[in-house]
Design a protein around this ligand. Sequence first.
Ligand code: BGC
Length: 416
Amino acid sequence: MNTKFEFPKGFLWGTATAAHQVEGNNVNSDIWVMEHVPETPYVESSGDACDHYHRYRPDIALLAELGFNSYRFSIEWARIEPEEGVFSNAVLEHYRDMLRTCHEHNITPIVTYHHFSSPRWLIASGGWESPETPDKFARYCKRATQYLGDLIGAACTINEANIASLIVEWGFAPPPRQLHKKVWWSAAAKALGISPRRFAPFLYATSSKAIDVILTSHHKAAEAIKSASGNFPVGITLALQDIQAADGGEKRASKMRKAINDVYLEALGGDDFVGVQAYSRVRSGPKGLVPPEEGVELTQMGYEFWPEALEATIRDAAAKTGLPVIVTENGIGTADDTRRLEYVRRALQGVINCLQDGLDIRGYTYWSAFDNYEWSLGYRPTFGLIAVDRETQERTVKPSARWLGAIARANSFEQK
Ligand code: BGC
């Protein structure tokens, strides 16, 4: 028999995007440079992306019409502060209008101040390994909050603060010493005006120095946001895949959990919430990750279809931080929308299990609103609830969007 679960009043139901992945032509950022150097590992240019920089009004209206009551997007540091110390009020006004548009549609905006891409000048001056970066980041956050703060509903300082640790630990990118030998790495460093050895873009900043720079940046930014009249909850988001032990892998899995999750979770005291982002599980054997078992369903990313990762990571993050949780990302790259629906159905069941156990979960955000630029993989993976025609920019709502939007509007869910 089906039973109906009512979510808490005020539960945030949203979708998420990131500036570089949807706005288009983010030409003053480090990632744009990395996309366009010889032998780049980025399979294509982000180009116009979803042209969300110009189409945000109908896009936000569409999300509201579907039933969502929140929208998580990032503001782009490389646009707001195109040269060090030079702030653009015109760009801030653009983001102010995005926030205004959200409010016109009764959508609570969740703003991310940094989502992977950084201004060129920041990288030229040492990027995410430089001890000066936390103050620079805090200065930008303060300025943006002074301009936008009265319209922000909740803020994430940094998206997936632990992403570089994860990328290297799991072998998704070569370790720094090998990166230095790559043609594209040297070319990008040169284009950005820094030596290949000191080149530290966010996604590849893996030294212990970088972890400290990133966490200090978060703390200083949170303080700066609060001091600039930020009267809304402030937190950070983490990439929290469910790390499990395969045969004989308990010790290694526990080491991995420490390095990728716990170092960060344990540093979040004083925040207002923790942003949980989960997509799948990984399994570790005694020597490191083992591939998914033969025959299991894989997503376009090559991840195991494992929506239960969300429940496991919410429980872990809540237990280790003692903070309220917002699910700031959860989703699947798939060409089969019926699998997206099934994935979200099972993930939501996990959220319900946690709520029934008394955990404080404030919202669920699906990644992503649109099919968008999946970093080095280009436009191939399709995470969106809404498809985007790459030539015409025409939006097409997928059935999963209507299904999830209806759950959002009802604030309730029929459990199987
Ligand atoms: C990131 C997004 C990315 C998504 C899907 C998260 O790691 O925050 O930028 O597109 O996962 O891979």
